[in-house]
Ligand binder design. Structure first.
Ligand code: GRG
Length: 295
């Protein structure tokens, strides 16, 4: 899925992420172990890769953006831990392994999710993680992360999602749901990388526009995969949307209609990359690859 240049970002992330997490010790070690488990390899690391690539595209340093990229992945991981809990999607599997609550129990999984959310912001503001970065840029990048994770972003989207179960929702509600639930963190990734590199406002907005279209394409493909992929390919149960009676792009537009929309959003995402010129060829390749991903 990743070009060689993006694979280098991935390697940085895989190496750094465990080091930013609390090390298990003492009487509360089990929560730290569950946090490590929830962030172990197996995910695509799409959001942190986007942070590093937008930092590079905007003339900044991927290494300096690395703590922020890892913080974003911690928030993504927490959302998956909580989403899998029995009170939400009740999913026993994630990334081909027992989900965190299946491995550690429900209460520890709940605390590990809370711990990851908190740790993300500890990492963003820790003095040793801000060396060589402009303080105003750090503040704006951290605020972008907080906004995306909160009520106007992922939490709001998850709320709409839960309220929509068992009901037919209209396309505006579906778009709002996914712009917030899936799109917000992807948009934040693009914003954070460009902000940390000191990009001007127009460039940050071009990055955010790319993230918004990518987020929609990503979600439509997610809806398609829930119907067309096997549990083995997904690393989690397939058919969950139908079981939870969710309205999706597939239920509203059919398989062909949803595929067409995913292609349109992919094209729009690639058009938004025009602002970054030839330098964005790795991202163009990634955007196309995400359209045909199988997990
Ligand atoms: C519980 C606060 C809270 C939020 C949950 C993100 C989310 C909101 C739920 C995840 C469920 C889901 C299937 C969302 C749709 C798209 C999505 C975010 C998929 C998972 O992201 P990937 O494919 O996962 O990037 P990996 O495993 O590659 O990191």
């Amino acid at each position: 899925m990743y070009t060689a240049a993006l694979e280098r970002h991935l390697a940085l992330i895989e190496r750094a992420l465990p080091t930013y997490l609390p090390q298990p010790s003492g009487a509360s070690a089990v929560t730290a172990e569950a946090m490590q488990y929830a962030c172990e390899a197996g995910g695509k690391r799409l959001r942190p890769v986007l942070v590093l690539e937008f930092a590079r595209l905007c003339g900044g340093s991927p290494e300096k953006a690395l703590p922020f990229a890892c913080a974003l992945e911690m928030i993504h991981s927490y959302s998956l831990v909580h989403d899998d809990l029995p009170c939400m999607d009740n999913s026993p599997l994630r990334r081909g392994k027992p989900s965190t609550h299946a491995a550690f129990g429900e209460t520890t999984a709940l605390l590990a999710g809370d711990g990851l959310l908190n740790r993300a912001f500890e990492v963003c503001v820790a003095p040793q993680n801000r060396i060589g970065l402009d303080a105003e840029c750090v503040l704006r990048a951290t605020a972008a992360l907080a906004d995306a994770a909160g009520q106007d972003g992922m939490i709001g989207g998850q709320t709409i999602d839960l309220q929509s179960e068992g009901r037919l929702i209209d396309v505006e509600t579906l778009r709002e749901l996914h712009r917030k639930k899936t799109g917000a963190l992807l948009i934040a990734a693009c914003r954070m990388g460009s902000i940390l590199a000191g990009a001007d406002q127009a460039t940050v907005e071009a990055a955010a526009s790319y993230g918004a279209h990518l987020g929609l394409a990503f979600q439509i493909v997610d809806d398609l995969l829930d119907v067309t992929a096997t549990a083995e390919q997904l690393g989690k149960p397939s058919g969950a949307d139908e079981e939870n009676e969710k309205s999706t792009y597939v239920t509203l537009y059919g398989l062909d209609g949803a595929r067409r929309m995913a292609e349109e959003e992919t094209d729009a995402a690639i058009a938004a990359l025009a602002a970054f010129g030839e330098n964005a060829s790795d991202l163009r390749a990634l955007t196309n690859a995400l359209l045909t991903r199988i997990s």
